[in-house]
Design a protein around this ligand. Structure first.
Ligand SMILES: Cc1cc2nc3c(=O)[nH]c(=O)nc-3n(C[C@H](O)[C@H](O)[C@H](O)COP(=O)(O)OP(=O)(O)OC[C@H]3O[C@@H](n4cnc5c(N)ncnc54)[C@H](O)[C@@H]3O)c2cc1C
Ligand SMILES: NC(=O)c1ccc[n+]([C@@H]2O[C@H](COP(=O)([O-])OP(=O)(O)OC[C@H]3O[C@@H](n4cnc5c(N)ncnc54)[C@H](OP(=O)(O)O)[C@@H]3O)[C@@H](O)[C@H]2O)c1
Ligand code: SF4
Ligand code: SF4
Length: 503
């Protein structure tokens, strides 16, 4: 018997360092680590010690004999990975924990944000230094997208927030919630009270389709839908209209799959998850019975990851079909097993007549090779016009258009911002003297939770390197003055009162 890694893996590599036989790959030192969907266990080498299962923050690791039904596919996925990438179980050179040389005083660091990038940054700073940390988030609840993005039916993934919360309650951390940098406090003020400021502000904007009608009522960004399912406080309970029979989701990344799954899952199943009450009530009354996922490229270029697509295939009570057009059936038939297009093997591939309302019963339609050219309607979306190389255009009738084409950073007042890439320009996390960036604000809106761990290590390395070299500016004022400033700034502010939390 061996262990195997399953769907919820978020690539944070916590398991790699605890494995006594180095059989979990790719490791962060290996080139495939940057592109892999998940990590895999080599069943030939695993000695079944269970250390990885104990270390995994999202319960992704199980003995293979406990994987049954649709989960048993992960036994195969783990095994197949090592057929394509024979394991090298030799140990890489050890990495010693960073620390500051003796005469360098521990810095006082402000971290803006409480999502995964902030979580890993705080963990790393606490582990490597005696730094005092001020943590700020404009949200009244910590967690960033773990709280308001990760789908409510992914409870194991959300559990990673518990490991960050331990850091946030550390005696050297003081957390201020409901405080927005750029509104309640400026970057210059933060810098004046800390040796270093790390921005972990994510990518709060949505990419734009740039087609006419995109802003019509009935057309929403996917993050609004997922935030609504998660009870995000700034999204009204009545924000989503589910009176259409067909929803069209543009994009086929993992967020698009989350949206499709939430729309098609039996509400009695959703009731067992952490979904917000208002969303559950609305989904119980939902008329949506067909969801169309529009991918602008072919099935081999789909943006979803294999584990998430395999999870979608477990959807009960809904058929999944591929719309046959432009030779997609041939592409799927020719796809290698184990490839992204190969995930579609065995699914019905049939032409869909878009001039009719959706068929009876729940259905997910995957349409490849088409991008929207226009959202049609006067007061509300009534159809999406899609273009494709073969047939010209098609109008797909819908009253709900979900734009799941990715997120984009927004500027923070007082900081540089690259409008083309939507990131805070940086070199390995350094923005300017004493200012750093991490996570989606640093790299763009790509990568799951675990990708932020190595990203945070790079940023903290840069910060500690600067501290050791005496390059951090000395703050003009201290922690007490900062607390006083913040209290004064937020005392009479309208809206949710800020909340300060410390051990
Ligand atoms: C809908 C959705 C679902 C996802 N699901 C998964 C999943 O299941 N598994 C997975 O591995 N990955 C998932 N991801 C990806 C994952 O969420 C990201 O990799 C991760 O959240 C990025 O971390 P971050 O800390 O950079 O940003 P965020 O998580 O967005 O955190 C940014 C934080 O900064 C705060 N902030 C922003 N501006 C300011 C300001 N000016 N002042 C104060 N605070 C501010 C925000 O309130 C927020 O708390 C999902 C992404 C999305 C969009
Ligand atoms: N593990 C998980 O459960 C999980 C869950 C959610 C998110 N995440 C991660 O979070 C990150 C963001 O996910 P995401 O789904 O928001 O983004 P994403 O993976 O970047 O997918 C965006 C999708 O939108 C399409 N697209 C972009 N611009 C478009 C346009 N103008 N017209 C039509 N289509 C367009 C892209 O097509 P092209 O591919 O052709 O560009 C792609 O299909 C990803 O790394 C994802 O893996 C992980
Ligand atoms: S069970 Fe033990 S030997 Fe097997 S992968 Fe996990 S840590 Fe390594
Ligand atoms: S989530 Fe992290 S610890 Fe768990 S299996 Fe994946 S890489 Fe390993």
């Amino acid at each position: 018997m061996a262990y195997a890694i399953t769907q919820t893996c978020c690539n944070d590599a916590s398991c790699v360092s605890v494995c006594p036989v180095n059989c979990i790959h790719p490791t962060p030192d290996e080139p495939e680590f940057g592109t892999t969907d998940m990590l895999f266990i080599d069943p030939q080498t695993c000695i079944d010690c269970g250390a990885c299962a104990d270390a995994c923050p999202v319960d992704a690791v199980f003995p293979v004999d406990r994987l049954s039904g649709s989960d048993s596919v992960f036994t195969e996925l783990n095994r197949q990975h090592f057929e394509a990438h024979p394991a090298d179980n030799a140990w890489a050179a050890p990495r010693f924990p960073r620390s500051l040389p003796e005469p360098v005083a521990a810095p006082r660091v402000a971290v803006v944000g409480t999502g995964p990038a902030a979580g890993y940054t705080v963990q790393s700073l606490l582990r490597s230094t005696d730094a005092e940390i001020t943590l700020l988030d404009r949200s009244p609840v910590p967690g960033g997208l773990i709280r308001y993005g990760v789908a409510p039916d992914h409870p194991s993934t959300k559990r990673i927030g518990d490991s960050f919360a331990v850091g946030y309650r550390h005696p050297r951390v003081r957390m201020h919630l409901g405080v927005e940098v750029g509104r309640d406090i400026s970057h210059a003020e933060l810098a004046a009270h800390h040796h270093a400021v790390v921005y972990a502000v994510g990518a709060a904007g949505s990419r734009s389709l740039g087609v006419p009608g995109e802003e019509l009522p009935g057309s929403i960004p996917a993050t609004t839908f997922v935030g609504w399912c998660n009870g995000r406080p700034d999204i009204p309970a009545g924000a989503i209209d589910l009176s259409a029979e067909r929803a069209v989701v543009v994009g086929n990344g993992n967020v698009a799959l989350d949206v499709a799954r939430m729309l098609l899952t039996d509400p009695d199943e959703l009731a067992k998850t952490g979904i917000a009450d208002h969303a559950l009530a609305a989904l119980r009354g939902s008329k949506v019975r067909e969801v169309v996922l529009l991918g602008r490229r072919g099935p081999e270029q789909a943006a979803y990851t294999r584990p998430e697509f395999l999870a979608l295939r477990r959807l009960r009570g809904a058929r999944i079909v591929v719309d046959e057009h432009g030779g997609v059936a041939g592409d799927i038939a020719a796809a290698a097993p184990g490839s992204v297009a190969g995930l579609l093997h065995g699914l019905p591939v049939e032409p869909v007549d878009w001039t009719f309302p959706p068929a009876e019963g729940k259905r997910l339609v995957l349409r490849f090779g088409s991008a929207p050219t226009e959202a049609l309607g006067d007061q509300h979306v009534r159809a999406v016009r899609v273009g494709d190389d073969v047939h010209g255009t098609r109008d797909i009738r819908t009253g709900l258009l979900v734009r799941s084409i990715g997120s984009r950073g927004v500027p923070v007042p007082g900081l540089p911002f690259d409008p083309d890439t939507g990131v805070i320009p940086n070199s390995g996390g350094r923005v300017e003297r004493g200012t750093y960036v991490v996570g989606w604000a640093k790299r763009g809106a790509t990568g799951g939770i675990g990708a932020n761990r190595t990203c945070a290590e790079e940023t903290v390395d840069a910060l500690l390197g600067d501290a050791a070299a005496g390059r951090l500016p000395a703050p003009a004022r201290g922690a007490k003055e900062f607390a006083r400033l913040l209290r004064g700034r937020t005392a009479n502010r309208a809206g949710t009162p800020p909340r300060s939390v410390s051990a």
